[in-house]
Design a protein around this ligand. Structure first.
Ligand SMILES: NC(=O)C1=CN([C@@H]2O[C@H](COP(=O)(O)OP(=O)(O)OC[C@H]3O[C@@H](n4cnc5c(N)ncnc54)[C@H](O)[C@@H]3O)[C@@H](O)[C@H]2O)C=CC1
Ligand code: BAL
Length: 504
């Protein structure tokens, strides 16, 4: 097949050339042994965009070999932090230059509005790369006094090696940056496997890797089906670490493959069923805005989607009415329509999954306060849907839906609110809204989640760690904490004065 596809952007009629090969050693190449293709679909129209090469297990082997060679020759310990920093900054500049094109292709393949892809996903991506560019020359160990007269020890924070990075489809560019930026800052090399649903922007970003001047093999990109390329990376004996974002079910498989192969280091950012608590002292108008953002941002396809909402009984009716009114105001439509604040869900599979849960909610007796009706016509659109009168054992309350579907319940006391919030196998995000500072402190401490938002929701910062408790994951991304995921601490014990008497 051709090495590039020409894709026309619907709104501007701009023609974008997208590489369609596997990216190994800074070149786009065909598969070594497979003719399989991945067909990228526009979820707003259900039409094909183009096809790209689907990498095989053999292609993963070649990419890992390229990454290993780069690690021991041009990257790893063979390049200074200053140079890694310069290259990361250069990459950020190129993404900034191309942000409109990247946003349009992201919207075409994922469905999200162009303006959101550009101003949020890509804006954050550029900042993430610059943030870790800042760290690249500051990765330092410690000097540890052992015996002033004779011995000391020091630590080196070595790059961990070749990293497999497996990313999802909900934030294709942004999750790419969260993985790539800290790994490169630490001196690791990468084999990236984007989601088979959204491979296009990872290929455009790979082109920018070469343009920025990263040595061949430092970043390799293999679009591939999860059970093929993702499984091969997780089980590979020459991969030192796998970083993953996606479902808890797949996270389990990755951990198992790591355990059964070479015990590679694993970090997992998994699913969630995140609660938001609305206390009676809260600014209700603001709380309703944040609650809407929590469940409707990215059409609910967010690992921290605030999909369970518990409201104090004294304000329940008033708050639910406000919430429904605000949720109705969001326009879900084609990502190329300026009016759209949210796009379709990403695929037919995801569409069917979300509708399956909406039907479950109705069948199990939850009350529909908003939505719940399918649209006619093309596109995987799901309008904001709010269920009230929920019970904790309903499927809509227990399972991650990954769509714009909110379950609302009530509570009397703070203790009850905390118990309801923590009644889940997940522990990714949680939110609370209250104007009582002592209550905010007590409740934020009691909530079992890796991130707790107080009087806001869903906003993240590149310098603040992110990750899950319970079955929402292992390890942390972002901030200085992410550096620990990509480094291996070596202790060097140095003797400058002790004489060993022998035999003992
Ligand atoms: N935490 C998050 O941000 C995400 C959560 N999800 C959840 O997962 C549900 C299902 O979505 P999927 O796309 O099927 O998620 P998934 O977890 O299967 O896919 C995420 C990534 O894992 C890869 N993958 C799949 N099987 C693999 C395997 N055996 N070994 C290694 N990698 C593998 C996929 O190719 C993709 O790149 C969603 O409805 C949502 O609930 C999905 C995407 C992101
Ligand atoms: N919003 C943080 C990352 C995720 O949803 O996968």
């Amino acid at each position: 097949m051709a090495q590039t596809a020409k894709v026309v952007i619907p709104s501007t009629k701009r023609e974008v050339e997208i590489p369609t090969g596997l990216f190994i050693n800074n070149e786009f190449v065909p598969s070594a042994d497979s003719n399989e293709l991945i067909h990228a679909i526009n979820p707003a129209t259900e039409e094909a965009i183009c096809s790209v090469v689907a990498g095989s297990g053999k292609d993963i082997d070649l990419a890992v070999a390229a990454a290993r060679k780069a690690f021991i020759t041009t990257w790893g310990k063979n390049i200074t932090g200053f140079e890694r920093s310069r290259l990361l900054n250069k990459l950020a500049d190129l993404i900034e230059r191309d942000q409109q094109i990247l946003a349009e292709v992201e919207s075409l393949n994922n469905g999200k509005p162009v303006k959101i892809a550009r101003d949020f996903d890509i804006g954050d991506t550029i900042q993430c790369l610059r943030y870790y560019a800042g760290w690249a020359d500051k990765i330092v160990g410690q000097t540890i006094e052992v015996d002033n007269q004779k011995k000391l020890a020091f630590t080196r924070h070595d790059p961990i090696g070749v990293c497999g990075q497996i990313i999802p489809w909900n934030y294709p560019i942004n999750m790419w940056a969260w993985k790539v930026a800290p790994a490169l800052a630490c001196g690791c090399t990468i084999v990236m496997k984007p989601s088979e649903l959204t491979p296009l922007t990872a290929l455009l970003l790979s082109k920018l890797i070469a343009e920025a001047g990263f040595p061949p093999g430092v970043v390799n990109t293999i679009p591939s089906l999860g059970p093929v390329g993702g499984a091969a990376l997780s089980a590979h004996r020459d991969v030192d670490k796998v970083a993953f974002t996606g479902s808890t079910a797949t996270g389990r498989k990755i951990m198992e493959a790591a355990a059964k192969s070479n015990l590679k280091k694993v970090s997992l950012e998994l699913g969630g069923k995140s609660p938001q608590l609305i206390f009676e002292s809260a600014d209700l108008d603001q709380a309703a805005n944040w609650a809407c953002l929590g469940i409707l941002y990215n059409t609910g396809q967010d690992c921290t989607a605030g999909s369970r909402l518990y409201v104090q009984d004294s304000i329940y009716d008033k708050f639910v009415a406000l919430l429904v009114q605000k949720a109705k105001e969001l326009v879900i439509g084609d990502g190329f329509d300026e009016k759209s604040g949210g796009g379709p869900v990403v695929s037919k599979v995801q569409y069917d999954k979300v509708w399956g849960y909406i039907e479950d909610g109705k069948a199990q007796g939850a009350k529909l306060a908003l939505g719940g009706q399918k649209r006619s016509g093309k596109g995987y659109f799901v309008d904001p849907t709010i269920f009230t009168d929920i019970k904790q054992d309903m499927n809509i309350v227990r399972d991650e839906i990954f769509g714009p579907v909110l379950s609302v319940g009530g509570f009397k006391t703070e203790e009850e609110a905390i118990a309801l919030a923590n009644d889940t196998t997940y522990g990714l995000g949680a939110g609370l809204h209250s104007n009582d500072a002592n209550q905010c402190m007590r409740v934020s401490s009691a909530l079992e989640a890796g991130t707790v938002w107080v009087n806001q929701y869903n906003l993240l910062n590149n310098n603040v760690p992110f990750g899950g408790k319970k079955q929402s994951g292992i390890g942390r991304e972002l901030g200085s904490y992410a550096l620990e995921e990509y480094t291996s601490v070596k202790a060097v014990h140095w003797n400058f004065g002790e004489k060993l008497e022998w035999p003992l």
